[in-house]
Design a binder for this molecule. Structure first.
Ligand SMILES: Nc1ncnc2c1ncn2[C@@H]1O[C@H](COP(=O)(O)OP(=O)(O)O)[C@@H](O)[C@H]1O
Ligand SMILES: [Mg+2]
Length: 247
């Protein structure tokens, strides 16, 4: 379980996030949505042990995040893919496990690349791949690490809308297959509703949790959901909360 208690992060005299309380159960898929600058990245970095809390605390299965991260139990996927340009797709996928002192499993890496639609691109360098393909490699890499917790910070931010939707549906099915805990940050309300089982809405100045929505949509979920009334109503409800917090 991921536990945030009164988490506060300040930079000099600027409070980026204040008094955030949140519990995330194992195998949950939680999305965090809010406007730019409301502290989503800061929150995610604190969960991943990349940002020290100023006050309050974070625990991942009763450990400090840095310990969980060192044990290779947290996988990150960022907006920028952070692949090594000189390594092939396959080597990029395998390398993180080696860094975390876990044995590389090439068969599993091949299988993950296949399941991400990258069959035949194992030897390609990042520069030979499209933006969507690079993010697929980054996701395969995070999954290959074998971490139970995946932290994703606007991973589809630079992709076109069609690719975003497709990758979103793939992430949903990977989440079900691999039984990961996923915390997914986005500024897109439809994306947050489509992906999450639960959607946390943040507001800014200082960054904090405004509301949490249990998303009531079918599982498995594919892009057909976008046309449904239930989807549109929940998107409208989240939007309204976001706008109300600015009145
Ligand atoms: N290292 C830092 N030093 C100073 N200010 C920061 C730092 N990181 C983030 N901030 C500020 O904290 C606020 C929240 O940033 P961030 O978490 O990146 O927001 P989001 O991801 O929601 O866009 C912003 O106002 C940003 O300028
Ligand atoms: Mg951010």
């Amino acid at each position: 379980m991921i536990e945030l208690d009164d988490l506060t992060v300040t930079f000099d005299d600027f409070t980026a996030i204040a008094d955030v309380d949140l519990r995330i159960e194992p195998e949950e898929f939680v999305t965090i949505v809010g406007p730019s600058g409301c502290g989503k990245t800061t929150l995610l970095r604190a969960v991943g042990g990349l940002q020290e809390p100023t006050a309050g605390r974070v625990r991942i299965d009763d450990r400090v995040p840095a310990a969980a991260q060192e044990a290779g139990d947290i996988g990150f996927v960022f907006q920028q893919h952070t692949l090594f340009p000189w390594k092939s797709a396959l080597e990029n996928v395998v390398f993180l496990r080696t860094m975390a002192d876990k044995s590389p499993k090439r068969e599993k890496a091949h299988a993950l690349l296949r399941s991400m639609g990258l069959d035949g691109f194992e030897e390609a360098r990042p520069s030979q791949l499209s933006g969507g393909m690079k993010q697929r490699v980054a996701i395969a890499r995070a999954l290959h690490l074998g971490a139970d917790v995946l932290l994703m910070d606007e991973p589809f931010g630079e992709l076109d809308e069609i690719t975003r939707d497709e990758l979103g549906a793939e992430i949903r099915s990977l989440w079900r297959q691999e039984r990961k805990t996923i915390v997914f940050v986005t500024h897109s309300v439809p994306e947050a509703v489509f992906l999450g089982e639960r959607c946390v809405v943040m507001r800014d100045q200082p960054g904090r949790i405004e509301a949490t929505f249990d998303i009531d949509l079918p599982t498995p979920r594919d892009t057909d959901v976008f046309g449904s009334r239930a989807f549109q109503e929940q998107v409208a409800a989240v939007r309204q909360t976001l706008h109300e917090s600015y009145e």
